[in-house]
Write a protein that binds this ligand. Structure first.
Ligand code: NAD
Ligand code: ZN
Ligand code: ZN
Length: 380
C-alpha cells in the first residue's frame, strides 16, 4: 500500500513527509493502523546523530541507520497478521513497545524484558526475523526507529513489539506508555526503587521526567523536587506530584540540603534532553550517603568523559546506575500503567500539551527544542 511517512534521510536534516510503499506483513509480522504517535526526545537524537554509533560499526553489521522512518511511541489496531503470528489477532488493540520482548531469551525469562536479546537489532531498524525491510521510498529500503516507525498512519512490525491492551483504553494515550511514560515511571519505581518517605529529585521534567515525578509520588516519596529551567513545566510538575521545584541542579542542592537537614536526597533521576558527562558530578552531589543516582537521559554514543567525585562514590557508598525503559517489563507494565490511568492514579492527558498532524512533525520538534510542548502527539 502507499502511505505517507516522516523519513530522516540523513542526520542534521528536517523530517521529510513523503509517500512510501508498505509491503504486507511476512512471517511473525503484523500490519497496524496507528491512532497516534508521541514525539519523544529520542527521535531528536536521530536528527542530531547523538545515538548513532560510528558509521563503521553499522556498516560492519550490514546495516544502514539512515534513511529511517521516525517514531517509537505508538498504539493502534491490528489490521492483518502474517503467517505464524500467535500473540495478536486482527482487531486487537496494541501499544507498541520501543523494545521488543520475545519472552524466551535469558533476559526475558528472568524478568528483564527491557534487555531482550532482540534489542540487538534495534540500531539496524529492519524486520526482526529476516533483517529485510517492508518500508521503501525512492527505490531505497527504509529503517524503522526502534523497529517501529510510528511517524506514519500504518506500519508493519514484529509481533514481539506489540502489547495487547484492553479495547476501552484511549489509543492516543496508550501510545505514550510505549516509551516515555513507562520509562519515567519505572525510572522512579523500579530503577531508583523509591520507597515511602524518601526524598527524590527529578532533573528535567519533560515527557519522561514528568512521569518520573508521578512514579516517585506514587511510590510514596515525602519530597519530590522537580528541576527544570522552564517554569511552566515545574508548575505542572507540582500538580502531578512534585512538592518542590528548582530551576537547576545548582539551585536544587541547597533546597534539598535544607529539606533533609543536611542528609540530601535518597534518589536523584536524570531525565534531561541530552545527558552530558558534566551532569553526573552535580547529580551525585544531590544524593545522600548510600543514595542512588539514576541516569535515564540518553547521552552521546561517543562521549566517554564523565565528571565524578570518586571519593564520594566510594566513601559514601553512592550508587550510579543506568536505566533502560524504566527497567520495566512491557508486557506487565504497559497494561499496569493503563489500569492506573483508568483508576485516576496516573495522569496521561495532562502530558499531551500539543497535537499535530503528520505534516507538522517538524513543527512538533521545533516546539520540543524550544520547550513549548511537554509531550507532542501526532494524531492520524
Ligand atoms: N533510557 C531510556 O530508556 C529512555 C527512554 C526514553 C527517552 N530517553 C531519554 O530521556 C531523555 C528525556 O526525554 P524527553 O522526551 O522527556 O525529553 P524532553 O525534551 O521532553 O524533556 C527534557 C527536559 O529537560 C529539561 N532540561 C534540559 N537541560 C536541563 C538541565 N541542565 N537541568 C534541568 N532540566 C533540563 C528541558 O527543559 C526539558 O523540559 C532524552 O535523553 C531521551 O532520549 C531515555
Ligand atoms: Zn522514547
Ligand atoms: Zn527476549
Amino acid at each position: 500500500m502507499q502511505i505517507p511517512a516522516a523519513i530522516l534521510w540523513e542526520p542534521n536534516t528536517r523530517w521529510s513527509v513523503e509517500e512510501i510503499t508498505l509491503d504486507p506483513p511476512r512471517e511473525g509480522e503484523v500490519l497496524i493502523k496507528l491512532a497516534a504517535s508521541g514525539l519523544c526526545h529520542s527521535d531528536e537524537h536521530l536528527v542530531t546523530g547523538d545515538l548513532a554509533p560510528d558509521p563503521g560499526w553499522a556498516t560492519a553489521q550490514g546495516m544502514e541507520r539512515y534513511p529511517v522512518i521516525g517514531g517509537h511511541e505508538g498504539a493502534g489496531e491490528i489490521v492483518e497478521v502474517g503467517p505464524g503470528v500467535t500473540r495478536v489477532r486482527p482487531g486487537d488493540h496494541v501499544a507498541l513497545s520501543f523494545l521488543p520482548s520475545c519472552g524466551r531469551c535469558p533476559s526475558c525469562v528472568v524478568g528483564r524484558q527491557q534487555l531482550c536479546d532482540r534489542g540487538m537489532y534495534l540500531q539496524g531498524g529492519r524486520q526482526l526475523l529476516d533483517r529485510t525491510s517492508r518500508h521503501h521510498a525512492r527505490g531505497r529500503d527504509l529503517g524503522l526507529m526502534c523497529l517501529l516507525g510510528t511517524f506514519a498512519p500504518y506500519t508493519v512490525v514484529n509481533e514481539d513489539s506489540c502489547v495487547v491492551i484492553e479495547d476501552d483504553h484511549p489509543l492516543e494515550l496508550a501510545a505514550l506508555v510505549g516509551c516515555g511514560v513507562t520509562t519515567g515511571w519505572g525510572s522512579a519505581v523500579y530503577a531508583a526503587a523509591v520507597r515511602a518517605g524518601e526524598t527524590v529529585v527529578v532533573v528535567g521534567v519533560g515527557g519522561v521526567g514528568m512521569s518520573a515525578v508521578q512514579g516517585a509520588a506514587f511510590a510514596g516519596a515525602r519530597h519530590v523536587v522537580a528541576v527544570d529551567p522552564l517554569a511552566w513545566k515545574t508548575d505542572l510538575a507540582l500538580k502531578l506530584g512534585a512538592t518542590h521545584t528548582a530551576m537547576s541542579m545548582a539551585e536544587a542542592l541547597p533546597l534539598v540540603t535544607e529539606l533533609t537537614r543536611g542528609r540530601r536526597a535518597d534518589k536523584a533521576i536524570l531525565t534531561v534532553g541530552l545527558a552530558l558527562g558534566t551532569h553526573i558530578a552535580e547529580l551525585m552531589a544531590l544524593v545522600a550517603k548510600a543514595g542512588r543516582a539514576v541516569v535515564t537521559a540518553a547521552g552521546r554514543a561517543t562521549d566517554l568523559d564523565v565528571k565524578l567525585n570518586l571519593v564520594d562514590l566510594t566513601m559514601q557508598r553512592k550508587e550510579l546506575v543506568g536505566c533502560l525503559f524504566g527497567n520495566a517489563n512491557a508486557r506487565v507494565d504497559i497494561p499496569r500503567l493503563l489500569a492506573l490511568h483508568r483508576e485516576g492514579r496516573l495522569k496521561l492527558d495532562e502530558l499531551v500539551t500539543a497535537t499535530y498532524s503528520l505534516d507538522q512533525v517538524n513543527e512538533g520538534y521545533d516546539d520540543l527544542r524550544e520547550g513549548r510542548n511537554l509531550r507532542g502527539l501526532i494524531r492520524f
